[in-house]
Design a protein around this ligand. Structure first.
Ligand SMILES: Nc1ncnc2c1ncn2[C@@H]1O[C@H](COP(=O)(O)OP(=O)(O)OP(=O)(O)O)[C@@H](O)[C@H]1O
Length: 255
């Protein structure tokens, strides 16, 4: 049986000065997959294409066996939640309103009910933002905003969670906490595809990694098989050393 819930096949896309070439990416149920690579490699563009926020030049994106070109926004919102890098709401929203936006695909009426509010509070509690529901989103710190957006994604209750730069704005403790929450969700059958700058977090938590450079995948595989000196130096064009973790089965990159 094909247990790939997301398949990106020979995907090509171009901006004026940048192109993604022939990308092939897949995501299996219950896995945590990372996209690593330097600034401008095309990580956000890839995630935006998968979320159908951009239109490919050629190639296909298959979501649960269906070509996403045939799925409307509401159908995609039931399957994919997307924590984007750039989120600047144009109006003053309370944190609970931001989280509630994740539920528009399942709303039965325009007004939220007690059950919705309980779930919103639960999602906020998971990311450590208990009692933040009535705060104005714009007054939150960068890291708190990021966690509120992850709460929105949890509230959306989709089988696939896309996260652009998973640890952006998060201190090390919150980075680990959020990654562990998402990792835990994969144990319950959710699937995560996340772009990472923190390669050591990616190495520790990802089941599989795609390394993107100049719009091309230059290597892919299980972290312990692909995170070695030559690969990482080629990817980031900088000197590194790689050590095995003293007790766990993953590599550590020292820049
Ligand atoms: N709307 C746009 N119009 C033109 N070029 C764009 C646009 N958005 C992104 N680009 C360019 O596409 C390339 C890939 O950008 P992208 O944001 O996908 O990279 P990234 O790997 O996510 O980078 P970062 O790690 O810096 O977030 C970059 O050169 C960027 O300048």
């Amino acid at each position: 049986m094909n247990n790939k819930i997301l398949e990106v096949k020979n995907l090509c896309f171009s901006y004026e000065n940048f192109s993604l070439n022939n990308l092939n990416i897949s995501l299996k149920k219950g896995t945590f997959v990372g996209i690593i690579g330097p600034n401008g490699a095309g990580k956000s563009t890839t995630l935006n294409l998968i979320a159908k926020l951009l239109k490919p030049k050629s190639g296909k994106i298959i979501l649960f066996g269906k070509d996403i070109r045939k799925l409307n926004r509401l159908e995609i919102a039931k399957l994919i939640s997307f924590v984007r890098q750039d989120f600047n709401p144009a109006f003053e929203f309370k944190v609970k309103d931001i989280v509630e936006m994740g539920g528009y695909h399942k709303s039965r009426s325009f007004f939220s009910n007690c059950e919705d509010l309980t779930k919103i509070k639960e999602s906020l509690k998971i990311v450590g933002l208990e009692n933040f529901e009535n705060r104005s989103f714009s007054t939150l710190s960068g890291g708190e905003q990021r966690r509120a957006l992850i709460a929105r994604s949890l509230y959306q209750e989709t089988p696939i969670i896309l996260v652009d730069e998973l640890t952006a704005h998060l201190d090390i403790s919150h980075s680990i906490k959020i990654v562990e929450i998402l990792k835990q969700l994969t144990k319950f059958g959710k699937s995560v595809l996340a772009a990472f700058h923190n390669i050591n977090i990616a190495a520790k938590y990802c089941d599989y990694i795609y390394a993107l450079k100049n719009g091309k995948i230059i290597f892919e595989g299980i972290p312990k098989n692909v995170i070695y000196k030559e690969n990482i130096q080629q990817l980031y064009e900088t000197e590194v050393e790689i050590l095995p973790h003293p007790t766990k089965n993953y590599p550590i990159v020292i820049f």
